[in-house]
Ligand binder design. Structure first.
Ligand SMILES: [Cu+2]
Length: 127
């Protein structure tokens, strides 16, 4: 185990040549950019509210890898499902006050419905 006081930045800097430092900084920049890109995509989420037996949006657009948060702000139980050749989900029942987080990993246009209330429909456009 390395104790913090054993790390001497001044010695470390003297040990690496300028070319080596350029490579280190380049690698760190690539890793930071990759991390940032991953985090932005993974963190992207959009809330859709289920209220009065309807979704509060007819259509939404998210990036692939994004999350749709289905917020049950109704007095009824809901659930959500979609059926397509590329991507399927069919959740358990979601009671009032509950939120279902669904990740949409692939691009496409998906119709989301509720088994309990067949008239509920949301189009999720994943780009
Ligand atoms: Cu419903």
């Amino acid at each position: 185990m390395i104790r913090l006081r054993e790390i001497r930045p001044d010695r470390l800097m003297r040990r690496l040549s300028p070319a080596a430092w350029t490579r280190v900084v380049g690698v760190l920049a690539v890793v930071a950019g990759w991390q940032l890109g991953g985090v932005v995509l993974a963190a992207e989420s959009k809330a859709v509210v289920q209220k009065n037996r309807a979704f509060n949006f007819k259509r939404i657009t998210i990036a692939a890898g994004g999350v749709v948060q289905f917020v049950n702000d109704d007095e009824f139980i809901h659930q959500v499902y979609t059926q397509s050749p590329d991507f399927n989900f069919d959740t358990a029942e979601s009671p009032p006050g509950n939120t279902l987080n669904i990740t949409f990993p692939v691009k496409g246009t998906f119709e989301v419905h509720c088994h309990i209330h067949p008239k509920m429909q949301l189009i999720v456009n994943v780009i």
